[in-house]
Design a protein around this ligand. Sequence first.
Ligand code: FAD
Length: 492
Amino acid sequence: MIKNVAIVGSGFLGMTLALRLAETGAKVTIFESADRIGGLAAAWEIGGFEWDKHYHVTLASDTFTRKIIEEIGLGDEFKWVETKTGFYTDGKLHSMSDAMEFLRFPPLGLVNRLRLAATILYASRQTDWRSLEKISVENWLVKLSGKLTFEKIWKPLLRAKLGDSYKRTSAAFIWATIQRMFAARRSGLKKEMFGYVRGGYARVLRQFSERLMSKGVEIHLNAPIDRIEKLPNGSFRVLPRRSRRRGDEKKVVLRDGEVVVESTKYARVQTAAQVAPGFSGMFLSEPGLKSSVAVSPDAALAMREYDQVILTCPSSKAAEMLPQLTDDEQLKLRNIEYQGIVCASVLMKCSLSPFYVTNITDEAPFTGVIEMTALVDKRDFGQNTLVYLPKYVSTDDELFGKTDAEIRESFFAGLERMYPQFKRTDVIAFRVSRVRNVFPLPVLNYSDSLPGVKTSIENVFVINSSQIVNGTLNVNETIQLAERFFNEELRK
Ligand SMILES: Cc1cc2nc3c(=O)[nH]c(=O)nc-3n(C[C@H](O)[C@H](O)[C@H](O)COP(=O)(O)OP(=O)(O)OC[C@H]3O[C@@H](n4cnc5c(N)ncnc54)[C@H](O)[C@@H]3O)c2cc1C
């Protein structure tokens, strides 16, 4: 019998699982609340160019990412670039791109620089991350690097990513970050090599979704799921939220007792999966879906039955969708605290610096500066510069309530303080992304209270980045998690 599986979420986790399941002959349906696939890795348009909504690079050591990109036929499209890293400290920009620059790093005296280097080396060689989960990151770093270096370097960096929650964070967080940083430098002469696929994640996701659809996977966009219902026969219904956003309206009519939408708009979304503007729409003629009689997702889709349901959305959302879970499961899912992000993309005429990443230890309205065009060919952006200004914040931070204009004002003022050559008149486009649930806070003893992927409801699984216990949030870890889960639980 063909297995019918529903996956909630079209990020890399959902898409990888869909691919593997479809390869076994399962019938897979993906539900995505956004109007595009890809989740955190999705693309958008800025100043007439299509690029990742959030900055993304691949490391040479990202074997899972590279394998899947190879599988979908884009393996030869990687471009590898040696990048530089900057530090903005005491009102000045410093290069920290190789060991010599590190040893000359002016804000610290020689002894502290050596202690900092020793800390990083020590962390890179540690393997027992579980014991680090029991130690606070502050205690660990103060012990290894000294109080002064902690205050001057580590604390501002931790605060930038975790806010005041750094006080509750375990040493496993900085260990995982250093491990990844080291992986980036492992090749060659310890130079930092970063890669990207020509065309960015927009191209990767387009190709990925085409591969999925060629294997019969259905992708429904603008389909926020509200609840999973278990039926007496043991199968499940996946129920979408009733309210739809403005612009998604469709005319639903009853014809011969069948619910149909007369507008072809939804049918187009449903079949072509709207992978990106300009996508050829080759799946418009998908068999069995006549655009003039497309079935309303709210009605007929909600009546479909599935043998298995996999939720890849944030844990608290999964808890809401599954009120049938035990109290203990509910508590564990809802207790996972997330860190959010407000991330601005700025397309401008002039470059800010030669650094791909600039870490900031001074006060600034954003966490760091990522100059994408220090990595990606400027010709892809009409010779302009693409810069990201991320600000990591708690899920209830007041920044989420600020308008784009307010954020632009404070971020531009920050750029003016850091880069004398920055001129507002050089800015071509500015866009803001806001995501409340980006990554779970790696608090002390994090993995002890983590719920399992298998729930108490047979054939319902909750899997997301909260299960990444000994790594940082990245596509490689995400795909690895999906592959492991598929092999251990779904392949049977
Ligand atoms: C600023 C930033 C920079 C990053 N940089 C890098 C990088 O350089 N390199 C790298 O490898 N990785 C990077 N990442 C991490 C990478 O984007 C993630 O690891 C990956 O995208 C996570 O995929 P996922 O499927 O687990 O989650 P998500 O992408 O979050 O997917 C979950 C999906 O579920 C959907 N969903 C939620 N609720 C519902 C609902 N009720 N109904 C239907 N759908 C729902 C969401 O819309 C989303 O599409 C970065 C992330 C961010 C935010």
